[in-house]
Design a protein around this ligand. Structure first.
Ligand SMILES: [Zn+2]
Ligand SMILES: [Zn+2]
Ligand SMILES: [Zn+2]
Length: 329
């Protein structure tokens, strides 16, 4: 039995975890406050056959479990498995049907409605057509027309555990906070799931034509560009070099870690790391409703202007969407 930490190939890791007894062992260790002896652990898992139990425990020991003098305990990799399981495992699948909350649509100011589906909090406008972003919800593309007519505004990821014990407004706030914390790490080039380096690519729609800013001019396509299907011409793609994490979005996704943008928001009493019901509408508007101006494509230069309370922050970015100039007005 080796207690050395060793790395597993993805195939090995899936193989080791694909067994009920081993998952039960991880779960039992996850619920323990201190190291557990072999016999106590076997009792908790409820397996009479000591030899078979030893075999399964041995498969976990090294990468997921550590055997110390005081007993067995989870290594960090084992803790992460238990955390991932618990984030999705709640006693009953949470249901949050489409419910109106006190949060304004960033297009028209009418209240939005939220619902929980597929580990996402989806946001809809109760009055305007919303916007359908083909880049943010690729698996729903068959519903594109329907989604636009529904007032679909987008979604924030949230594990099922985030719904329990919260009212709809609190679910929305939790999802916004959770999604944006991921975004800060991703913008800084750190994968929010596995910490590996992210590859970052910038895309620009050459023939961009969107009217999303003008609620009256928007039609059933949500006012998005016919050529790229997005509201903004500049998009950023972030891809993990190690795991399956990927994120695409408007330029603001790549600018989230900008000190100038963070300082601008904080100076207006808006803390994007810990939004409240009072600050969320203005934070949401700042991130969703900025102005974009592509000033040159070769070399690439663009300016993004964010507004809060009538004050403006203009960020000029270079080819990598890094801020080269910040100007407050
Ligand atoms: Zn609206
Ligand atoms: Zn376009
Ligand atoms: Zn990753």
């Amino acid at each position: 039995m080796s207690d050395d930490s060793r790395t597993l190939s993805p195939d090995e890791a899936f193989e080791v975890l694909g067994n009920e007894t081993r998952v039960a062992i991880l779960s039992a260790l996850g619920g323990a406050d201190e190291p557990v002896s072999f016999s106590a652990l076997r009792d908790r898992v409820g397996m009479a056959d000591s030899g078979r139990f030893n075999y399964h425990l041995d498969r976990l020991t090294g990468h997921f479990v550590r055997n110390r003098e005081a007993g067995y305990e989870l290594r960090r990799a084992g803790e992460r498995v238990v955390e991932a399981v618990l984030s999705g495992a709640v006693t009953a699948a949470p249901v949050l049907e489409r419910t109106e909350i006190d949060h304004p649509c960033h297009f028209c100011g009418a209240p939005v409605a939220v619902r929980f589906r597929e580990e996402r909090v989806e946001v809809f406008c109760t009055e305007c057509p919303g916007t359908y972003s083909r880049t943010s919800s690729p698996d729903d593309s068959a519903d594109a027309g329907k989604a636009a007519a529904d007032g679909y505004l987008g979604y924030h990821p949230l594990p099922p555990a985030g719904v329990a014990g919260r009212d709809p407004a609190a679910v929305f706030r939790a999802a916004w906070t959770w999604g944006h914390l991921e975004l800060f790490a991703a913008a800084a080039g750190v994968c929010p799931r596995c910490s590996a380096a992210l590859d970052r690519r910038r895309r620009v729609c050459e023939s961009h034509d969107a009217d999303a800013r003008d609620a009256d001019a928007r039609d059933a396509d949500g006012g998005l560009c016919d050529a790229c299907g997005r509201r903004y011409a500049v998009a950023v793609d972030l891809d993990c070099s190690n795991c399956i994490y990927e994120e695409s979005g408007a330029a603001v996704v790549g600018l989230a870690d900008s000190p100038a943008l963070l300082a601008f928001l904080l100076d207006h009493g808006l803390n994007p790391l810990a939004p409240t019901d009072e600050t969320l509408p203005a934070l949401s508007a700042a991130y969703n409703d900025f102005e974009e101006s592509v000033r040159s494509t070769d070399p690439f230069e663009a300016r993004f202007t964010f507004a809060v309370d009538g004050d403006e922050l203009a960020l000029t970015v270079d080819d990598d969407l890094r801020v080269v100039d910040a100007e407050r007005r």
